[in-house]
Write a protein that binds this ligand. Structure first.
Ligand code: CA
Length: 370
């Protein structure tokens, strides 16, 4: 059989297997392409992109990921797009990247949306939320639901165009120096925990503290902090937390945190359609490979955590129950204050509700028997 005939036969067989009506109901096109008009190729156009990150130089996985994105984009564009990556504090401070890109002082950045919640509470939700979506569900919301549409609409007001910038996967609940046996043990606890997770824990009596990355270990060692979250075994062991805290609780507050890759809109709009598409595709690759790298590194470093005699456990059920209730209160309060938060929250919540059942029937049941 000729190759073309083989493909034709295979495709029609696949269509029959899937059921013709089922196929038609599938979404036709992911909401990924920036524009759907016909392409105007412009291979001769060359552009340089100055991209700043919120990470230190040579930062594992996240920093490596954005460096790889830059290299791959230059390679696949045959040099038509040249991206130069600058670690934090070289061009702008770690958390100055949003404003610098918005103003056009730099062309792009790699960071996380929830760091900028002070500008707009809705930004929290493009990173994720406690008891919210897994990485897989977050991808589905952004690719096939309204997630990316809402993100782009909102960021356009700030002269920005966001893309998926990689996902950490489920994060651990954090390191505690003392065992948490019930809700009472959280009262007055000093913990480094940012974002919505921090606001939820604050309602449970925790005193959320924000410390620069370089100061957390010492604060924990000297009991200035009683607990800290960071990410998962992959990066937590590099911080040395397993040496000073012996209780490591499983995740609840960052179930699939999405990083953001964001371009200045004026600069982005001037690119050729071909260049825009290459950025879109390179972002998808960055997103997928960062998640798979976190998976493997977490698995490897979990052995280091276990070897250190750390007790890994789930937080007590009264804590989790109270935290879940507090999350809904936090969302309710923010919805009353911010129309943007309300709009994005309602959309994300409905998407989560739709997907929950399938994730339970599909993945969760499988994991129970594996
Ligand atoms: Ca974290």
């Amino acid at each position: 059989m000729k190759r073309r005939d083989f493909i034709k036969t295979s495709l029609s067989a696949a269509a029959i297997a899937a059921g013709a009506s089922g196929c038609r109901e599938l979404p036709k096109d992911p909401k990924l392409s920036h524009e759907k008009k016909s392409f105007h190729y412009n291979r001769g156009k060359r552009v340089k992109i100055k991209l700043a990150t919120s990470w230190p130089a040579n930062f594992p996985i996240m920093g490596e990921g954005i460096e790889r994105f830059a290299t791959r984009l230059t390679q696949m564009s045959g040099g038509s797009i040249e991206v130069k990556v600058f670690p934090k504090n070289v061009l702008v401070p770690a958390l100055g990247v949003f404003d610098a890109t918005s103003a056009g002082a730099i062309d792009a950045y790699h960071s996380a949306a929830y760091y900028y919640k002070g500008k707009n509470e809705a930004f929290n939700l493009f990173t994720g939320f406690p008891f919210g979506m897994t990485a897989q569900e977050m991808n589905a919301w952004l690719d096939w639901g309204d997630g990316m549409k809402l993100w782009r609409e909102l960021y356009a007001k700030y002269n920005l165009v966001p893309f998926k910038g990689g996902n950490t996967g489920v994060q651990m609940g954090g390191w505690f120096k003392k065992e948490i046996k019930s809700l009472d043990d959280l009262k007055g606890l000093k913990m480094r925990i940012p974002g919505l997770g921090g606001e939820v824990f604050a309602k449970l009596g925790v005193k959320p503290t924000l410390l620069p990355a370089g100061e957390i270990y010492v604060a924990l060692e000297r009991n200035v902090l009683d607990a800290t979250e960071w990410l998962g075994p992959s990066l937590d062991t590099k911080m040395g937390f397993h040496k000073v805290a012996k209780y490591y609780y499983t995740g609840w507050h960052e179930p699939g945190s999405m990083l953001s890759l964001v371009f200045n809109k004026k600069k982005f709009d001037k690119l050729s359609d071909e260049q825009k598409l290459m950025i879109e595709i390179a972002s998808q690759e960055l997103n997928a490979t960062m998640l798979s790298q976190f998976q493997l590194e977490n698995a490897r470093q979990l052995k280091v955590v276990e070897a250190a005699g750390v007790k890994i456990d789930q937080l007590p059920s009264d804590v989790l129950k109270a935290a879940k209730k507090a999350m809904l209160e936090v969302a309710d309060e923010k919805s009353k204050k911010s129309a943007d938060f309300k709009r994005v929250w309602e959309n994300a919540w409905a998407f989560l509700e739709l997907n929950k059942k399938w994730t339970e029937i599909g993945l969760e049941k499988y994991l129970e028997i594996r």
